[in-house]
Every structure is written in C-alpha cells, then in structure tokens.
Design a protein around this ligand. Structure first.
Ligand code: IMP
Length: 186
C-alpha cells in the first residue's frame, strides 16, 4: 500500500522536538504582547500546521487570519514570482501583526509579504518562522524568531509539501531523490 512516509529519505526534526520548540516559541511570542491582542497572520498552505500548534501553545488572546501566496508550484526551486492568492479578511491598520511562516528559503516570499503588510499601516509587524534555511545568497529579510535553522535541502512534512503531498507527516523530513524523480507528470 502507498504510505505517506514513502518519499522520506530521513527524519530531520521529529515530532517531540517540534512540540518542545513550539512551546518555547509560544512563550517568547506571549512576552511580546502582554498589553495587546495581536493578529496572527498565517501564510497558507504551508504554515497551517505550525500556526495551529503555535496558537494553542500561546497563553495570550489572539486573533487569527490567513493569507495565501503563490509558492513553488510543483518544483523545488523558487520562481521568484510572488502573487497573492488569498488576502486577509480584515483591516490591519493600527494592529500588532505577527506573521507566521512555515519556512524562509530565498526570503523572497517573506520580503514581498512584509512590503504588502507594511503599506497597510499596522502598529507593528513581527515574524516567526518555523524553519529557516541556511543558504548562501538568501535575502537578509528580518525574522524575529526562528524555530530551527536547517541545511539547504528540500524538506517536507508538518505542513510543508512537495507537489501538494506530504503535508500531513507529523515531523519534518528530507525528501528523497526518488520522490523528486517520481513526480507526477515528470
Ligand atoms: P522563499 O520565497 O524562497 O523564501 O520560499 C518560501 C516558500 O517556499 C515557503 O513558504 C514554502 O511554501 C516554500 N518552500 C521553500 N523551501 C521549501 C522546502 O524545503 N520544502 C517545502 N516548501 C518549501
């Protein structure tokens, strides 16, 4: 039978390590907003799992909204072209915004998002990213909090996909070269 683990070369960050780190991130984020109710802006689809876990681990009241931006399609390389596929449902003017990202790779997506959001005059914008790739040539986009710095390899699971699959793995894994070769339509 086809299993969701097929295509994982190895586990990079296991479920309990993720869980522990998210608890730490949540405590740090809580300390930023002792006197306000931030709007958490999750970046779909990849950040859905991280967003869910993070907000449940937080102690302060929050509001939640989502944006969807184009990512890589079904490739493993950034196209450099970012497009808003779904916008926020509310105004963020005068609000404290916490952008919740799954992974910062080249930094292009986040840089674009931060530009778009800053033009809407929020009171503050901060960013928490579950993963950041250590990558020569990446844009030096500011990220206030990073869960894990990871090597420059294509990862899947915990919300992250390859060709639309693997988001429901409960850990972060490295995609196997065979899975890249086996991509539908390749
Ligand atoms: P960036 O614009 O290159 O920083 O890429 C950001 C987006 O690309 C992320 O929000 C992900 O959706 C996607 N992405 C980048 N690297 C990976 C990866 O290793 N696995 C899965 N998705 C990735």
């Amino acid at each position: 039978m086809q299993r969701k683990e097929n295509g994982v070369q190895r586990v990079l960050i296991d479920a309990s390590t993720l869980d522990k780190r998210i608890t730490e991130l949540a405590a740090q984020v809580d300390s930023w907003y002792l006197d306000s109710t931030p709007i958490l802006v999750g970046v779909l689809n990849g950040a859905a799992v991280f967003m869910t876990e993070l907000m449940q681990a937080m102690a302060i009241p929050v509001q939640v909204d989502f944006m969807a931006v184009s990512s890589y399609g079904s490739s493993t390389e950034s196209s450099g072209v970012v497009q808003i596929l779904k916008d926020l449902s509310t105004s963020i003017e005068g609000q404290d915004i916490l952008v919740v990202e799954d992974i910062v790779d080249s930094g292009l997506t986040l840089q674009y998002l931060l530009d778009v959001l800053a033009r809407r005059n929020p009171r503050s914008i901060r960013v928490v990213a579950m993963l950041r790739k250590v990558k020569p040539g990446a844009i030096a986009v500011p990220v206030d909090l990073v869960g894990f710095e990871i090597p420059d390899e294509f990862v899947i699971g915990f919300g992250l996909d390859y060709a639309g699959q693997f988001r429901n793995l409960p850990y972060i894994g490295i995609l196997s070269p065979e899975a890249i070769m086996a991509k539908p339509g390749r």
